[in-house]
Design a protein around this ligand. Structure first.
Ligand code: HEM
Length: 200
């Protein structure tokens, strides 16, 4: 089957959903089988954070892939990939609140003062939640297409905040190799949009 036909296939969406759910299934497997290593809370928070960032990159890659390939049916996957980004961010935030902080809000407050990069993550998550909540067709109708589009440009701010969150966290260890890879990927995806916007 040709890629264009595969993308337009009625089973395309459930197939992609199953694929994007695999990291979550693997994380649940690791938690239940005690396979997260000596520090399970840290491993869970870190790998769910990594998956949130990967999903964000994937969300931002849908439009360039659609325009550059001419496979316009790719547009129908954008919302779902965006919702998966919010889902992994929720798992990441809940892992931190549950396993690191045990839902003790005073401890969360103290940690925010000690590690402000977490506040940056929280801001990114709040914005993601707003975009997920307004991703429906009825929200587009309610807000009007122009206003909806303007609101959903917040995804670029989310990308910047996510990078800052990651950079700040890793700066304590002076370990920037992975941050540089994500900065390159996100910079390319956002740069492509900026060039396209200028040309228009
Ligand atoms: C769009 C939202 C977010 C993204 C993309 C994101 C991404 C990441 C990434 C990539 C890491 C580093 C993982 C690694 O070292 O391999 C990380 C670490 C971390 N994130 Fe987030 N994050 C987000 C939101 C949040 C939120 C809302 C919280 C808390 C409520 C949070 C708390 C943390 C903590 C505590 C760590 C560090 C864990 C440690 O010190 O081991 N993040 N995040």
């Amino acid at each position: 089957m040709r890629p264009a036909a595969l993308i337009s296939h009625p089973y395309g969406k459930p197939a992609l959903a199953a694929l994007l759910l695999l990291p979550f299934v693997y994380l649940v497997f690791c938690v239940t089988m005690d396979r997260l290593g000596p520090n399970p809370a840290e491993a869970l928070i870190r790998s769910s954070g990594d998956w949130t960032l990967r999903m964000l990159c994937l969300t931002l890659a849908v439009t360039p892939a659609r325009v550059l390939s001419g496979w316009h049916a790719l547009a129908r996957y954008r919302r779902m990939v965006g919702l998966f980004t919010a889902f992994y961010a929720l798992i990441h935030a809940l892992s931190y609140l549950m396993f690191d902080m045990e839902f003790v809000w005073a401890a969360v407050g103290a940690d925010l003062v000690k590690r402000p990069f977490i506040a940056v993550g929280m801001l990114a998550f709040t914005l993601l939640a707003v975009l997920a909540g307004t991703s429906t067709t009825s929200a587009v109708r309610l807000l009007g297409a122009m206003r909806w589009q303007r609101l959903h440009r917040a995804v670029y701010g989310i990308a910047g905040l996510a990078l800052l969150h990651f950079f700040w966290m890793r700066s304590g260890k002076q370990d920037f190799a992975e941050v540089a890879v994500y900065a390159l990927v996100l910079g390319t995806l956002l740069g492509w949009r900026a060039v396209r916007f200028k040309r228009k």
